[in-house]
Design a protein around this ligand. Structure first.
Ligand code: 5GP
Length: 176
């Protein structure tokens, strides 16, 4: 069941606006590729990119990890690949949350193999206390404590993604 609200709709809006400004200032005239990591990125990528008034391409990648439902595990498998050719392109990888860091490490490795000019990470949330692999997040929304959150794209068993705010999830017996 839903617990405390972690971020309100307005707070998310303020964070996304700030990030859009930071990313806009970083763009160098080349047309970047924004790659959203499905499915959690959907609302974040949508809100972020429509506040960046520059030409861009958008694509999506989807990976899945094995493991328990409220923790992420060590290895990921590619479910949906990008279709844009990222060779010599500036890539902004858009993620909802960095937890252990495993997912993004694998996704970055996968993209680097296609020889982009740059790859930078834009993440709405980060749980630094859970990190197992160091991930360089260039544009970060906000750090949160070690709790399982849902809403604004983040799910629990595919539910809650459509909530406009972000809430802590209280699972029976507590999230593992
Ligand atoms: P990592 O590989 O960094 O451990 O995990 C990244 C993925 O785990 C995220 O993209 C997300 O799908 C999932 N995840 C990690 N923490 C949370 C959380 O608090 N809530 C939800 N809904 N998903 C999470």
């Amino acid at each position: 069941m839903l617990g405390l609200q972690v971020l309100s709709e307005d707070e998310i809006g303020d964070i996304v606006h700030r990030l859009a400004g930071e990313v806009s200032a970083d763009l160098e005239g080349r047309t970047p590729v924004f790659i959203g990591v499905l499915k959690g990125c959907v609302y974040f990528l949508t809100d972020l990119t429509r506040h960046i008034n520059k030409s861009m391409e958008i694509d999506f990648i989807q990976v899945s990890s094995y493991g328990a439902s409220t923790t992420s595990s060590g290895s990921v498998v590619l479910v949906k690949d990008i279709t844009v050719d990222v060779r010599d392109r500036d890539v902004y990888l858009v993620e909802d949350i960095v937890d252990t860091g495993t997912t993004l490490t694998d996704v970055v490795r996968l993209l680097e193999a296609r020889h982009p000019r740059t790859v930078q990470i834009v993440s709405l949330l980060s749980k630094p206390s859970r990190r197992q692999v160091e991930v360089p997040i260039t544009f970060l929304g906000i750090e949160i404590e070690d709790r399982f959150v849902v809403g604004y794209g983040l799910d629990y068993a595919e539910n809650y993604r459509n909530l406009p705010a972000i809430y802590e999830l209280q699972v029976e017996n507590g999230p593992s």
